[in-house]
Design a protein around this ligand. Structure first.
Ligand SMILES: [Zn+2]
Length: 172
């Protein structure tokens, strides 16, 4: 019985697969082609619309993420106003992406990234920031204050500052 099942399984599989292929292809096999064309058309229209506009940037992305978090918080907190704030954030993000004043938006984004300071890598790529923290230690040059990155766990290291060439020792 078991062997028979095993024998008769593959043909059923094949049947199901070919059925699935037929479905996606349609009866005369051109539905998926038309589907692709519609998809390409849509992409082209989006591309045309976004031409000369800012598109997503760090500030817009952060707004969307904060909005999502606020909506989730509001699911439990039931404040009502939090969902309005998140809606405003999404509207602002969409407005940024569609803005044609690319230069002004770029300056805002740069100022935002600068204001974030050391938090920036954690927001942009938390995985990489965590890896960076595990692998490297950041020290300041005692002479000019230049930040220098040294590998962790290598004992006492003699570092030459890349800016003022001052030599100093650090415990890594
Ligand atoms: Zn220095």
């Amino acid at each position: 019985m078991l062997r028979r099942l095993a024998v008769c399984h593959p043909p059923i599989w094949v049947d199901m697969c070919s059925l699935a292929i037929q479905r996606t292809r349609g009866r005369n096999g051109c539905v998926s082609d038309r589907g692709d064309m519609a998809q390409g058309d849509f992409n082209r229209k989006v591309q045309q619309f976004m031409n000369g506009r800012r598109g997503p940037d760090d500030l817009a992305n952060l707004c969307v993420w904060v909005a999502v978090i606020l909506v989730l918080v509001d699911l439990f907190a039931h404040t009502g106003w939090l969902s309005w704030v998140s809606m405003a954030l999404v509207v602002y993000a969409v407005w940024r992406m569609c803005s044609k004043n690319v230069y002004a938006r770029m300056n805002e984004n740069d100022a935002f990234l600068k204001a974030l300071g050391p938090v920036r890598p954690w927001l942009q790529n938390p995985g990489r920031a965590a890896h960076e923290l595990r692998t490297y230690k950041h020290v300041k040059c005692p002479s000019c204050g230049q930040k220098v990155r040294v590998p962790r766990g290598k004992g006492k290291l003699r570092v030459t500052c890349p800016k003022c060439h001052e030599k100093f020792e650090v415990k890594s």
